[in-house]
Design a protein around this ligand. Sequence first.
Ligand code: HPA
Length: 251
Amino acid sequence: MSKAAILGGTGIYNLPGIEIDEVRVTNEYGEAVYYQGKGDYADIIFMTRHGVDHTTPPHRVNYRANMKALKDAGVKRIMATYAVGSITAKYQVMELAIMRDFLDFTNGREFSFFDTIERGIGHVEMSIPYCPVMSAKAIELADKHNIRVNDGATYVATNGPRFESPAEIKMYQMLGGDVVGMTGCPEVYLAGELGMVMGAVALPINLAAGLEEKITIHEGNIDEVRENMVRLMLDVLKSTTDDACEAPILL
Ligand code: HPA
């Protein structure tokens, strides 16, 4: 049975109302933990990239071990979520953003499976980094359930764990960035290198540096918004198919 995965970020530590079993694996890249759904959700896997106790900072996440673990578990499609800061006015705090593109400013991370001669040479194509079929379904279902959603976000991936300076945010704005987070890369292209398809929803939890006097993380109704977002992503996975989604090609 092919499987689909929810990949959760900050604040996403379980799947609402779904029974899961913990699975710990070790592969050639290190250790990874994921959660296998039960019953009607036997085709769903949940992974929380910072760990259930949020013990792994963004620059220390073992992205390769995580992606390889999902691949080995039979995952074809992934819906990933990212907590972000909003750079542009279109992407309001607490309104979901559908990610369509990225700018990668990470460094010092293990960012490819194609880094030894044994594994060969591979150049994953990133013309369409995030699956248009799952993205369109996310918008359709969000509209149906009256969840506010803004399409077309370009995600800026920074290294963290520090936040940005105002000048950096101004630069990202000038480059066309819409939201900024610390974990979107190399995750999306590692998934692509393994032939998995990714759709991504960002949740702005603050205005980026320099847009307010100090960064203020929104708390208020955040749990409710996060729960709606996870339900939406599950619905997207359940109402799309592997066949409808094309993995990025390797050149
Ligand atoms: N910058 C980078 N990463 C983030 C932010 C931010 O403002 N908010 C949440 N993750």
